[in-house]
Design a protein around this ligand. Structure first.
Ligand SMILES: C[S@@+](CC[C@H](N)C(=O)[O-])C[C@H]1O[C@@H](n2cnc3c(N)ncnc32)[C@H](O)[C@@H]1O
Length: 349
């Protein structure tokens, strides 16, 4: 059964509240009321009554408005958006609804863009997992990613990570600093980690070297989450200095093209993308990794490292586990830690 728009907006409002955005918690709940009252929000969303829940209609609407604010095309809202120097207050609700009333025609076409995010915080899980494994082999790393979005997490070895004990890893002068990123078991922060090759892929890559790409990724980060915005801006800065190609390819096609190299560790990593990959592609990815692992030349290592909603056992709920499967070996899955939805903190096992 299709859930009503107000219902979807209220669920999203609650999620935003739990995940650290009081602004969107208040705004999306108010927009749900406006839809029910047949106000401007209902008119803007006309035609989307049967959109499936996972298409994220509330986030598409919020992101579309934010995009116009960031682009300097919604002067009446800048004072309410922290990303344009404003500060959110309850009066923002009326301002947004008034904006939808006047500018609905500018918002409607933007609703067709799927929310596109690249969560830099998730590098805490990916890089931390890699550090754990790198200490086992201490060999050059070839790093590849599926569902890379803008490829920002392929810059992870250029970020600074701090743990909750005052320790850390990475360049202290990095424009990306993930504070209190790691808790639980200590990571081998002295392990040598040298990335000698890197590449990404996505069915809908975002080119962060363009203003359009930067605007796309920025508009879907909730405006009152300053830390996420700072990480994103820092990672885009790094990606512009050290560009990494993100090929347009589905996950299975990209992994089909991977090969191993003797004397190196080849890593395929991914975060919060597997649920969008059709089952047939998932099976191809898994089969290809098993074939690569079984036929690995001497002295080549293959690692499949991911931070995805996973059940540790059938009686447990899906949680954001950080997992690794490695070859040589049976490719048996190791559960390394638990990640928060936006990445930080990661609690290591
Ligand atoms: C929620 S985003 C996560 C992006 C990034 N991995 C992160 O954690 O920030 C999911 C990404 O998966 C990509 N995606 C969806 N289906 C895919 C597929 N079949 N093959 C490759 N990428 C896919 C989307 O385009 C999107 O960039």
């Amino acid at each position: 059964m299709t859930r009503s728009q107000p219902d979807l907006f209220r669920t999203q409002a609650e999620a935003c509240g739990h995940l650290g955005s009081p602004m969107y918690a208040e705004l999306l709940a108010a927009l749900a009321d406006d839809v029910e009252a047949g106000g401007p929000t209902a008119r803007v969303l006309r035609g989307h009554e049967d959109d499936p829940g996972p298409s994220g209609l509330a986030l598409r609407l919020a992101g579309s408005i934010h995009r116009l604010v960031l682009a300097g095309e919604a002067d009446e809202l800048t004072g309410f958006y922290p990303t344009t120097g404003g500060s959110w207050s309850a009066a923002g609700v009326g301002a947004v609804i008034g904006f939808l009333e006047r500018r609905g025609d500018d918002v409607r076409p933007l609703l067709y863009q799927a929310p596109q995010t690249n969560e830099v915080g998730r590098s805490a899980a990916l890089l931390g997992g890699l550090l754990t494994l790198a200490s086992t082999w201490e060999r050059p790393v070839r790093l590849f990613e599926i569902g890379s979005s803008g490829g920002l997490n392929l810059q992870a070895d250029r970020f600074r990570f701090s743990d909750d004990m005052g320790g850390g890893w990475g360049d202290v002068a990095s424009p990306v600093h993930l504070e209190a990123a790691w808790t639980g078991a200590r990571l081998p922060v002295d392990a040598r980690l040298e990335v000698v090759e890197r590449g990404g892929s996505d069915i809908a890559p975002v080119d962060v070297t363009t203003d359009h790409g930067r605007l796309t990724l920025t508009s879907y980060v909730w405006p009152d989450m300053a830390t996420r915005h700072a990480r994103l801006a820092g990672a885009i800065e790094l990606a512009r200095t050290h560009p990494v190609t993100v090929e347009q390819a589905d996950a299975a096609t990209y992994v089909d093209g991977l090969a191993l190299v003797p004397g190196t560790v080849t890593v395929l990593w991914h975060s919060v993308m597997w649920q969008y990959v059709p089952r047939e592609q998932q099976e191809r990815v898994i089969a290809r990794l098993e074939t690569l692992g079984e036929q690995a030349p001497d002295d080549a290592v293959l690692v499949h490292l991911f931070a995805e909603p996973t059940r540790r056992s059938t009686d447990q709920e899906h949680r954001f586990w950080v997992c690794a499967e490695t070859w040589p070996g049976a490719g048996e899955r190791a559960y390394l830690g638990l990640m928060a939805p936006h990445g930080v903190p990661v609690t290591w096992e």
